[in-house]
Design a protein around this ligand. Sequence first.
Ligand SMILES: [Zn+2]
Length: 463
Amino acid sequence: MDMTEVFRRIDELKPEMIKTLSELISYPSFRREPEEGAPFGRPARDCLERALSVCKELGFKTENVGGYAGVAAIGNDKPLIGVLAHLDVVPAGDGWTKEPFSATLEDGKIYGRGAMDDKGPAVSVMYAMKALSDAGVTLKNGVELIVGTDEECGSSDMEYFRGHAEFPKWLFTPDANYPLINIEKGRVCARFSAKCPSGVLLELYGGRTVNAVPASAGAALSGISAEEVENAAKKAGCGVELEVSSDGGVTRIHAVGVSAHASTPDVGDNALTALIRLLSLLPLDEPARTLICGLDSVFPYGETDGASAGVKASDAESGALTLAFSILDLKDGELSGAADIRFPTCESVESLRKKLSAALSGIGFEAEIGGVEPHCVPADSLFIKELLGAYESVTGKEGKCLAIGGGTYVHGIAGGVAFGCEVDGEDNRIHGADEFIRDDALVENAKIFAEALYRVCNNDSLR
Ligand SMILES: [Zn+2]
């Protein structure tokens, strides 16, 4: 296999790639109210249409799938491999020193919302396909690019796609990390509640989103002094910062920890479980005392492997189960909370549902538990070997499979893996201010994709 001519063509196409990416960045394609023919709003629809018209100009066969997604294909046969990228973005947010929706080219970088997530990678795929066509190499099977427009808000675009089009046998998404992610842990969300009329415990709150370790939590108590709270805090020995104040017989506690994504709870410092530990040492009245002590025993401060909830598990391929206690709220006489669990392939939603329900009912809570199973493509599959082979030959780095706790765009799509484009040691500020991609990464990604597509397409064992 000689990729020299394909790579030469990709180098030549660099200015065109930058131009197309700049154009796509100019659409503020974050999710908005639906309009006729624009299920996620006009900018996302326009961005999709523009991307498809560029693909048409490049000589690909294109199809708009109901305004939800688009397909651009090369080769005569039914596509054997597809690449799934997305054209929607998250809103700009604060802190930008550049224009978020007008590309800035500076010091070899292209700045703009979506530059790395995921418009840049989509453009690299487009020009990888263009170079394969131009260089006249034989592709024994078809290749297609699928572009979606709702990755950031729940991937309903892919639900629609599934009902109206077909995924190719092999699929990768350049919407995560190199080298390659073949295992995405399963996820279970537990929501639980118990009656808890207010007595000593007047207020209790912490966390807003189920998929994050809460950085702050608070409580208000009647008839317990600030001094009692401070003594209990010494006994509790939690690392979080505590502010305690008393006024008119009410003592307020505010705990400040460190937030983290629910898939990596060990890097955070959970303000909520620290507050629960402290409250469990105070003379609360019933039923708050029993409920709080129960929560402290099932979700103890500092524990993130689910051992005390009876769900600890791990396997060699996907790693250990993680548990983040993320929300607790006392409102209208009800104490309700939530926890987020990411689990390895040796566990299942149903088995965890049973174990968690038992643990929670044992401490007086009713629970509603649901989730999604892990996503896995075996690391020794020939498809993965070809992708990692392309990665190694273009970058000279070692290709290996990764398992993650989060979900990518291909979660639940059979045969799908995540391949690119973030690399260790570089922060492209995805979802943050001044998001960027290096222009030479745009080119290198195109080379990796071109070789990967070529290898998979021409491997008869993968048909
Ligand atoms: Zn993305």
